[in-house]
Design a protein around this ligand. Sequence first.
Ligand SMILES: N[C@H](CCC[C@H](N)C(=O)O)C(=O)O
Length: 327
Amino acid sequence: MRLQKVHGSQNSFFILDQTLLKQPLTEQELIALTKKLTATNTGILGGADGVLCIEAPTSKNALAKMRVINTDGSEASMCGNGLRTVARYLADKYQRERFLVETLQADLAVSKEPELAPDVPAFGVEISPIHFEKHYLPFDNLGADKIIDRPLREFDPSAKIRFSILAVPNPHLIGFVPDIKASATLLEQLGQKLNRPNPYFTDGVNVNFAEVLGPKKLFVRTYERGVGFTNACGTGMSATSLAFHLSFPELCPLNEEITVFNPGGMVKTKVSQTEGIYKLQLIGNATVTHLIDVDEQALHQNDVTSKNCTITETSEQAAYLDFIQRL
Ligand SMILES: N[C@H](CCC[C@H](N)C(=O)O)C(=O)O
């Protein structure tokens, strides 16, 4: 059995293709394996942000189904960086360049895109469906059914930050800040507070702070639900691009490529609108850093260690680091 260690903007994952197993992991086994494999101190290769689990599709139009298990064992409805790496895995496996991947709430279109640099493969993914209403997120006690481009004193007493809240379909709180570095402590405090029992987001929320760098240019930092600070969050950067359009339409026109920098690198996004419905596209790297050969039994027994698996490093991380150094 072969696992892959992959990343999209250095948001890192293990890909586990359940369809290759003689006996698929039970839910309990999958959660236990994810917690141990992704933890920095108990996992191989320094852990990861989650496990991307590939299963047979239940939707007849999709090539496969992707599930996203966060490092704390919770399940996310979507993962934009992860979906790019799953798209690449499936494109290689089935020799296809354009297809649909089933996710918890939608079948999403994915496509192979031109390499960002030599040995830096890229994929594009659709991010959808998008919702603003409070019952979708869910959120509560913020005095409105939708929060778009307004201060929230509950989260920022100075009322200087403009917030938006949207689901893509996983929940995101977005704040535009004047200086991303100076706002790191507030981002961490908010991320922690809103992912513990709290009156606003009962299921937790991914918290993104963004700094506008110029027309069609953003820097985004994310405190991820179920994870903590992450190098990059694909759905977060996509949701933030839509908030960018809503808060600063002159700097972020529809149908144009937006460059989004993050601590792990850079992605491109695009916001479009058809018949009043917003659409988001996310394009970025899909990098395979390691191949991990392991006995199926070790997965069931939650006993994957560097001693009982064979790890082969690819040349792609060096190429990726070279690419981001030139940005
Ligand atoms: N990192 C992911 C999102 C994971 C979201 C997850 N933390 C949650 O919603 O619980 C991304 O690239 O889109």
